[in-house]
Design a protein around this ligand. Structure first.
Ligand code: NJP
Length: 243
């Protein structure tokens, strides 16, 4: 593809693997995250691939920075074909523990970050009547379990917002996709500060064959590279032994 894709949360895990996949396939890839040095490393690691890579230090919780990211991508490559709203945090904990700062951060990154991404590209995509917005939800955006109330809340929220957006743009050529991964081996569990949750989580993950980030990158690539008449609105990918 000669498409231009902007990826948030590109400094590790699913975002990084997706960047590598698209670069490999000849896309122009704009990597966004807060840790600029990691973006630099990833850029030099994958710069030998067919596509072109640009990086932009971005905090998705800032409306201004998200708009600057979109403006940067358009300046660099002329247009944005695909936005992958992927940045997220998962500090699971029980509600009784009142980790209110973590609730705030999950709402800011997982929900508001996605909305700022949509706001930054939607006028551009409507104007050219083309484009694709993808957002990483989760299997936790389909079900809730003890300790996931707030995280699941954020993932249900973005999934339903993406569904609403899909209906609003149904008459246009804009496509929308929610990607809902099961357990993927990434740094995401580093965001869990609750020791009890962390040890339970590690125990259950230990008995599971986790997905790799590349497995999710394949799902993103699949959704983006369908013929024009096809709109893949949701993809759920679980490890084949996750309940
Ligand atoms: O996690 P990780 P994943 N502004 O920790 C970035 C969802 N998911 O790849 O800013 C901008 O390796 C952070 O970058 P940095 C999950 O909810 C996962 O697993 O440099 N970026 C890093 O690049 C999330 O939505 C699993 O710290 C911010 C990235 O986010 C998505 O997959 C299962 C940021 C996180 O990379 C990617 O997570 C599932 C900010 N304010 C859903 N804050 C799973 N792994 O099992 C964080 O169902 N980032």
């Amino acid at each position: 593809t000669g498409k231009t894709i902007v990826i948030t949360g590109a400094s590790s895990g699913i975002g990084e693997a997706t960047a590598e996949k698209f670069a490999n396939e000849g896309a122009n890839v704009v990597l966004a995250a807060r840790r600029e040095e990691r973006l630099e490393e990833i850029k030099s690691k994958i710069s030998s691939e067919k596509g072109s890579i640009a990086i932009k230090k971005t905090d998705v919780t800032s409306r201004e920075q998200m708009q600057e990211l979109a403006d940067f991508a358009i300046k660099e490559y002329g247009q944005i074909d695909v936005l992958f709203n992927n940045a997220g945090l998962m500090p699971l904990s029980f509600m009784k523990n009142l980790k209110i700062d973590e609730w705030d951060r999950m709402v800011d990154v997982n929900i508001k970050g996605v909305l700022y991404g949509i706001a930054a590209v939607l006028p551009h995509m409507l104007e050219k009547n083309a484009g694709h917005i993808l957002t990483t939800s989760s299997v936790a955006g389909h079900e809730v379990f003890p300790s996931s109330a707030v995280y699941s809340g954020t993932k249900f929220a973005v999934r339903i917002m993406m569904e609403g957006l899909a209906k609003e743009v149904a008459q246009s050529n804009i496509r929308t996709t929610s990607i809902s991964p099961g357990a993927v081996q990434t740094e995401l569990t580093d965001t869990i500060t609750d020791e009890e949750v962390l040890s339970n989580f590690k125990k259950s993950a230990g008995s599971m064959k986790l997905l790799n980030s590349e497995d999710i990158a394949e799902a993103v690539y699949y959704a983006v590279n369908q013929p024009e008449n096809v709109d893949v609105n949701e993809v759920i990918v679980r490890p084949n032994n996750q309940g």
